[in-house]
Design a protein. Structure first.
Length: 711
């Protein structure tokens, strides 16, 4: 028994924590880029060849792709039982098989990650500076924080949301180069030749050797401004003569905020089946060391930590478990009125529960709401075995037998009964054990935990409980005044019950009518009560996606985004706001959308739930002209491999893009007209202004211009 107890305690310290059992669909995310390519081009020339190869991978349940200007994202989701590492190998093989069908102009082959795009970050870290430019902050962050955190066990990805990577922008005056007889291709070729980074070799002499280096790679705008593009009339033509070179960022159509400061935030995403609490503990342990390597002018703060919700949830249900054990012990004491008759089940119950932890560890379970709830419920089942055994042994004691004889006879008489009770209880959970899919994965842990607790309880009741009864019980115990008072009280309860029973038997028609009415009311309530797959959780993190008109300028989008941040920051329940404009809900860069996270204060410090906060923010966000804000609360279970701006997703698929666009708009308008729905959104972005260049191929050919030059 001591070994069982110690094993359970050791397993308890190693069990990972979560709010619910881990239900991570094996998901692989594939991304490919082709700068400047239209969404239709990305879909037909990049996504389509990859999808044809991916469709042949076994156990693939869902394949979704999103193509925007210059990039394509494909998500592959597999059966729950599929190993994610094996799936990743199949995806890598499929990418290699599709390589010959992909455009040669792609700067890099498609890449893949073992991460689900719909998984929300387990931790957000905000960074900003009042002094340093954001591109400098980005460089420090990328080198000193992102790379280190990405190497931590269990971390799938650390992405910079609102990234401001340093770059040099060269802006050319088309009139100036036309007057000089130059083309943009001439300028591009000159810039390419002027900035290189290739090996130069070394000089080796009889006495000395030296490595050769040079200033062949340019990093500043001032250096690019002096590049010679061509010579005219013997004079050099510099970049500064035909345009401007400026220090900027790679993507100037992305902006980020941390609260009301311009900055960006790091989103830490876990691997499938990784322990969230261990990941966040490792990140918190590393962050002080990493912050120490950053300039003091860079402000770094952990904005949201999802484990706070997990720990609070576990603390709450652990308290409920302790209260349940104490309540059971009090009830036993009130009814048996014997000290050792209370202490013995008081030992057997914790021993059965702690022993269950060992089985949970072996099965790969987590300490979560369902497994701890199973233990809480099991307290009632577990104590039954001990009570049945103790009561029968006490009966023999009261007949004058010695404690040892009473224990032997009592255990022999009820042994079969205890085994039968345990098997009957386990049989109740067999349907849960056989359930498949997400619901089966959820309740499998619950059913197994209860069943194991019952089995261990039966073992303890047939071994430890009789032994303790033989050692510690005494038939002389239980003649105190308290014993007599409680006995008188229970006799009154029995007499009252007998009187009530006689009244019921005298009015049988009324009782039967009440029974039928109760059954009818049960059916009515079952039909009328709202139904859902899983209750909405208040995790303290709200995701707010913003969208404006597709023709909006990026500067105007930033102003509207700032208005949204100001409104959210004024709410008394909101602790932090991190935001980024120019980023869609499924990643990718779209100038009319934004992705934001509202971090709420702990429940003890706010006066409203997340749903109530959303309800009072919606009318305020609606006052921002030309901006739609879609809100949802971060949840533990995210079914699907793409992020949604709202709680539910409905996907339309078609081989014909024009037909898809036609019916998608019709369905969007119809759903907006349904009064029960709010925040109806579509990710179809095909109504923005577009400039189409129609090439006269005959004239272009006569002038020696081919389509690639025009592109």
């Amino acid at each position: 028994m001591a070994a069982l107890f110690l094993t359970g305690l050791l397993a308890f310290t190693r069990l990972p924590a979560a709010t619910i059992p881990r239900i991570d669909f094996p998901t692989i995310s594939v991304s490919a880029t082709l700068p400047g390519a239209e969404p239709e081009t990305m879909a037909s020339s990049v996504a389509a060849p990859l999808e044809r190869q991916f469709a042949r991978i076994p156990s693939l349940t869902q394949l979704t792709s999103t193509s925007i200007l210059g990039s394509t994202s494909i998500s592959l989701q597999f059966d729950l039982d599929r190993n994610v590492d094996a799936a990743a190998q199949d995806v890598a093989a499929a990418i290699n098989a599709a390589a010959g069908q992909l455009p040669r102009e792609m700067p890099n082959p498609p890449t893949y990650r073992k991460a689900n795009p719909s998984d929300l970050p387990v931790m957000n870290i905000g960074l900003y500076s009042e002094v340093l430019p954001l591109d400098v902050v980005n460089d420090y962050t990328d080198v000193r924080i992102v790379q280190k955190l990405s190497q931590l066990p269990g971390v799938a990805q650390v992405s910079i949301v609102g990234e401001q990577r340093k770059a040099v922008r060269v802006q050319i005056n088309p009139t100036a180069i036309a007057n000089l007889g130059l083309s943009l291709e001439d300028v591009r070729a000159a810039i390419t030749r002027a900035s290189v980074n290739s090996p130069k070799g070394s000089l080796n002499g009889p006495q000395l050797a030296t490595t050769i280096s040079s200033n062949d790679q340019l990093t500043k705008a001032a250096d690019y401004a002096q590049i010679v593009v061509a010579y005219r009339n013997g004079a050099p033509i510099h970049i500064s003569d035909i345009g401007t070179a400026i220090d900027s960022v790679e993507n100037s159509r992305i902006s980020g905020w941390v609260d009301q400061h311009h900055g960006f935030y790091l989103a830490v995403v876990k691997l499938p089946d990784a322990d969230v609490t261990k990941i966040n503990d490792r990140v918190k342990e590393e962050m002080p060391k990493l912050i120490a390597t950053m300039p003091p002018a860079i402000h770094t703060e952990i904005i949201s930590d999802y484990t706070q919700v997990i720990r609070a949830s576990l603390k709450s249900i652990e308290e409920a478990l302790i209260v349940a054990v104490i309540a059971v012990m009090l009830v036993i004491f009130l009814f048996l009125r014997k000290i050792w008759s209370t202490i013995i089940p008081g030992i057997a119950v914790p021993l059965s529960l702690v022993g269950t932890f060992g089985a949970m560890y072996l099965f790969g379970f987590t300490l979560d709401n369902l497994s701890l709830m199973a233990l809480t419920i099991a307290v009632g089942f577990v104590v039954d075995d001990a009570i049945v055994m103790i009561e029968n042994i006490i009966r023999h004691l009261e007949q004058g037998e010695s404690p040892y004889e009473a224990a032997i006879k009592g255990a022999a008489q009820v042994g079969v009964t205890i085994v039968t009770m345990s098997v009957s209880l386990i049989a109740v959970f067999i349907p849960l054990l056989l359930m498949q899919g997400i619901v089966g994965r959820l309740f499998n842990e619950f059913a197994v935990t209860v069943s194991v607790a019952v089995l261990i309880s039966a073992f303890v009741s047939l071994t430890l409980t009789p032994m303790m009864c033989a050692r510690f019980l005494d038939h002389r115990e239980g003649t105190s005044r308290f014993h007599r008072v409680m006995e008188h009280f229970f006799e009154g309860l029995v007499n009252g019950y007998a009187k009530g029973l006689r009244v019921v038997l005298r009015h049988q028609p009324v009782v039967l009518t009440s029974l039928l009415a109760t059954l009818a009311l049960t059916g009515i309530l079952y039909v009328s009560i709202p139904k859902g797959f899983f209750p909405q959780q208040d995790t303290g993190v709200m995701i707010a996606s913003t969208q404006a008109d597709q023709n909006i300028s990026f500067e105007q989008m930033n102003r509207k985004q700032q208005q949204m941040i100001d409104v959210a920051a004024k709410d008394p329940a909101v602790m932090h706001v991190v935001a980024a404009s120019g980023i869609g809900s499924n990643g990718g860069n779209t100038g009319n959308t934004g992705r934001n996270a509202l971090i709420l204060k702990p429940l003890s410090q706010r006066d409203a739930s997340s749903d109530e906060v959303m309800a009072r923010l919606r009318p305020q966000f609606a006052k921002i002209e030309g901006l739609q804000v879609f809100m949802l609360t971060m949840q533990d279970i995210n079914i699907g491999a793409r992020q949604a701006r709202t709680q539910y997703q409905y996907t339309l698929q078609d081989q014909d893009i024009d037909e898809l666009s036609y019916w998608a708009n019709i369905m969007y308008e119809k759903m907006k007209a349904v009064p029960q729905l709010q925040d109806v959104a579509t990710d179809l972005q095909n109504s923005a202004s577009r400039t189409v260049v129609k090439v006269d191929r005959e004239t272009a050919s006569r002038l020696g211009i081919d389509p690639s030059m025009i592109d």
